[in-house]
Design a protein around this ligand. Sequence first.
Ligand SMILES: O=C(O)CCC(=O)C(=O)O
Ligand SMILES: [Fe+2]
Length: 272
Amino acid sequence: MNHSQEATKATWRPVGPDECADPLCALARAEIPAILLPQVCTSADCQRLMERLAERGLLRARGDERTRIDIGTSLGNLGGDQEAFLADAAHTHALFATLFAGLLDPVQLLYRHLQALAPDKAVKTAHERDGRLYGPAIFRIHYETHAYQPHIDHVILREKRFNYAVARFTHQFAGVLCVQNADSAGPGVQAVLHRCLWTEEIQPYIAAGRFHEYAAAQGVEHCAVALEPGDLYFFNTRCIHEVPAVQGDDPRVVLAVFIGYADDDDEIYVWS
Ligand SMILES: O=C(O)CCC(=O)C(=O)O
Ligand SMILES: [Fe+2]
């Protein structure tokens, strides 16, 4: 650990947007683990949203054994075929155009809060040069046993996708709105962020499922991001992160986006 890390060690915890002069810049440098915006909407808004997803038949039905359901378009999953990805994204835009009728629109809510963090940049849904849009955001419904092992998300560093407009951004963040916790009776399953930016040297440990050993040996600190429904957080997806396995009957439900950011770029692209 170097001196500056030592000096700030006690303070590597999620911060509110007003605790930091330029929170997105601090996130890019991993000076802070996350920007946490509590209660951007109420738990009642989240509950109504869950009811809407159920009414539309978008949740797991009896006999369905998937441990994760995505409502939206994932570049990570579909990006290998750009035409199919963009066509799927068009379907998601059509679905989301009516999905929130009469409710708070959680996608607009998320974009509004991101825009407020970056008054000098224009926040927009990612698009290719011909104007075709990426998916605007994605709901991820995680059922019992689903976990995310320690990983990063980055269109270049991990996915090596050079043929997408979002490849121009140095930094990738995630925005996650908690819609429902896994265990409504307890504290729920919470994401863990490690104070460790991905490098080629760390990759073998991640690939072998041995990141925790590496982190312990190196004294890498970490923090959990405790969320209630209606809480929104942003983090740098180049920091190794994980979410432990969901337990219990209630799925953990989030609305998630990825965010392309560079200090010297006047646009911020958002996609899923
Ligand atoms: O659900 C979260 O809080 C983060 C999930 C995550 O790491 C991902 O979607 O890549
Ligand atoms: Fe991730």
